[in-house]
Write a protein that binds this ligand. Structure first.
Ligand SMILES: *Cc1c(COP(=O)(O)O)cnc(C)c1O
Length: 224
């Protein structure tokens, strides 16, 4: 068995166990394999092992890999910070964007005229160095989204501070879930995706309701 196939089995088992702990159906949790710095050949290996969702951080890097691998072989997720000069390339490359954090980015996506599933990145810990909007900003973005035709708001994403002990960020994950419920109520939406949890903390995220976990290192090893 290849390393990737083995690692995938281990990660899936850990997700299943976290679901069992929380009384959730594992079918509700999508594993997004994060492939920044990972060669196309290894991404193909992951797809052949059963990965259906791929997350990339950089438009340029993703463009090359999607061209090599083929757009239809996986569902492609943009999970990196979006630079305003790169927005225009995103709809043609990706099926879903996790990191919309301003009305300018939202309008840039809308302008391409392609229907897109969009998640909004929320910075709940208020870390100045991180991207993501606060809850007030999120309200402004959702207000704007309600008048756009190609943007489909499907959920929220967060990147908690890095900690040694994943239990320390359980509260942040719970806060993202309550923020989603609050926004659905305020804006009459039915968003259901919570993109939260990485290699170091995905079990806690699943226990707190994650529907998309973004996992790189646990599948492909340490990045160079
Ligand atoms: C790199 C990255 C991940 C994956 O991180 P790992 O710790 O390698 O699992 C998840 N989400 C985002 C936004 C990332 O940039």
């Amino acid at each position: 068995m290849s390393d990737i196939r083995h690692a995938l089995g281990v990660v899936r088992e850990r997700i299943d166990r976290a679901c069992a702990t929380a009384g959730r159906d594992p079918g509700e949790v999508t594993l997004v394999a994060v492939t920044k710095t990972v060669d196309a050949s290894r991404v193909i290996e992951a797809i052949e092992a059963g990965v259906g969702d791929i997350g990339e951080n950089y438009v340029q890097e993703a463009k090359g890999k999607i061209k090599t691998i083929g757009p239809g072989r996986a569902r492609w997720h943009m999970i990196g910070h979006i630079q305003s000069n790169k927005v225009k390339y995103i709809p043609a490359l990706f099926d879903c964007v996790h990191t919309v954090d301003s009305t300018a980015i939202l309008e840039g996506l809308e302008r391409r005229g392609k229907d897109m599933d969009v998640l909004f990145e929320v910075n709940l810990a208020g870390e100045a160095t991180k991207s993501g909007t606060d809850v007030e900003g999120l309200r402004r973005i959702l207000e704007r989204a309600s008048s756009l035709v190609h943007i489909k708001p499907v959920g929220l994403m967060t990147m908690p501070p890095y900690v040694e002990e994943p239990e320390e960020v359980r509260g942040v994950f719970g806060q993202l879930r309550t923020t989603l419920e609050m926004m659905n109520a305020e804006f009459g939406l039915a968003m259901k995706e919570l993109s939260m949890g990485m290699s170091s903390d995905f079990e806690v995220a699943v226990e707190e309701g994650a529907t998309m976990v973004r996992i790189g290192t646990a599948l492909f090893g340490e990045r160079r």
